[in-house]
Design a protein around this ligand. Structure first.
Ligand code: PGA
Length: 249
């Protein structure tokens, strides 16, 4: 059985104090949630403090990135080993903002995914097409290639640890959301692509939707058979909205 997951990507928002306050509210408001796994992904500077708050809860701790090299002279980078050492369990890898603004390509992303896995961190691997690719009807091919170039190159035994997030770039932070039909259609496609390599194991992969997901649209999107939750940006910065989304299952 695959898990329902709602993950909050805080991006470059909140100070440490604000992040600790936010996670405290999330912990308090999520007490009666049972059918969904919550994950929070604060900025690097807050991970340790947020992790201390999360001790004894079921809420997962994620980073938003990790280095593509194991260690050494890479100024400004944070390694998967360092993250694992302070209790990080998940890492968002290949978010479209990293692909676009920091020119991260599949080759780099594969190195990050492998290092995360080697350190016991579960990758939340993001895929998704931009507006031009959608308008040219290339979205199915784009996500297929993004998956084949990275996920197809990990060990079969590691595959079950991977979470996929489908995030159409045109829906991220824009207020535009994919319709529930568009989400289902491409999530089913992603699962089919995964099954080409990993057969029935793909049935157990959680595939999250991301892109302007909010309390008002989460229920309809999460009701789709191949949508197993959400990767939430803006709405994850408000504990009430984040929990309302998680209650949409
Ligand atoms: P959004 O971001 O919910 O603000 O659109 C989603 C994401 O980028 O993970």
């Amino acid at each position: 059985m695959r898990k329902n997951i709602v993950a909050g990507n805080w991006k470059m928002n909140t100070t440490v104090n604000e992040g600790v306050k936010l996670v405290s509210e999330i912990i308090e408001k999520s007490k009666d949630l049972s059918n969904v796994k919550l994950i929070v992904a604060p900025p690097f500077t807050h991970i340790f403090s947020v992790g201390e708050k999360l001790k004894g809860t079921d809420i997962g701790l994620s980073s938003q990135n990790c280095a593509s090299e194991a260690k050494g002279a890479y100024t400004g980078e944070v390694s998967a080993e360092m993250l694992a050492n302070i209790g990080v369990e998940y890492a968002i890898i290949g978010h479209s903002e990293r692909r676009e603004y920091y020119k991260e390509c599949s080759e780099t992303l594969l190195k990050k995914v492998k290092l995360a896995l080697a350190n016991g961190i579960a990758p939340i691997f993001c895929v998704g097409e931009n507006l031009t690719e959608r308008e040219e009807n290339r979205h199915f091919d784009v996500v297929k290639q993004q998956i084949e170039e990275v996920v197809f190159n990990i060990d079969e035994n590691d595959f079950e640890k991977i979470i996929i997030a489908y995030e159409p770039v045109w829906a991220i932070g824009t207020g535009k959301t994919a319709t529930s039909e568009q989400a289902q259609e491409i999530h089913a496609h992603i699962r089919k692509v995964l099954s080409n390599k990993f057969a029935e194991k793909a049935e157990n992969t959680s595939i999250l939707y991301g892109g302007s997901c909010k309390p008002s649209n989460a229920k309809e999107i999460f009701a789709q058979p191949d949508v197993d939750g959400g990767l939430i940006g803006g709405a994850a910065l408000n504990a009430d909205d984040f929990i309302a989304i998680a209650k949409s299952f």
